[in-house]
Design a protein around this ligand. Structure first.
Ligand code: ZN
Length: 126
């Protein structure tokens, strides 16, 4: 197992199979949603590039799951922006993760929600 690419990633009720494998030259990673969700990351990437590629491929799966129809450019911009925030604010992600974990343990806002239907809490929709 690789700490950047776990064998499975849970997105609501969707289990994304993930792994590192040798990709075609010039391809950092790829993903598919149908018939099952899969993310592959090139096994030659350094940890930083592998992490950013994982964010990129997750965004593709999220876009497919919620029918967002994000363009490649939008996925690339979001990948860069999310990576930048994570890099420049190293205490932010653990703090957000702890807060979400405490919330989900207390209220279970995601249990029973179908990721394809969007957020389960209407107050979070805009
Ligand atoms: Zn892409």
């Amino acid at each position: 197992m690789n700490e950047i690419v776990p064998p499975e990633i849970q997105l609501g009720a969707i289990t994304i199979r993930a792994g590192m494998s040798r990709m075609e030259d010039g391809t950092f990673g790829d993903s598919q949603f149908h018939p099952s969700a899969v993310i592959r990351i090139d096994d030659r990437l350094d940890p930083s590039s592998a992490a950013m590629t994982m964010i990129h491929e997750l965004l593709h799966v999220i876009s497919d799951t919620w029918h967002l129809d994000l363009t490649e450019r939008q996925v690339c911009c979001l990948e860069q922006a999310i990576s930048m925030v994570m890099y420049q604010n190293p205490r932010l992600m653990p703090s957000l993760q702890n807060a979400i974990r405490r919330t989900t343990m207390a209220q279970d806002p995601f249990v029973g929600s179908n990721p394809a239907d969007g957020p389960s809490d209407p107050s979070r929709r805009s």
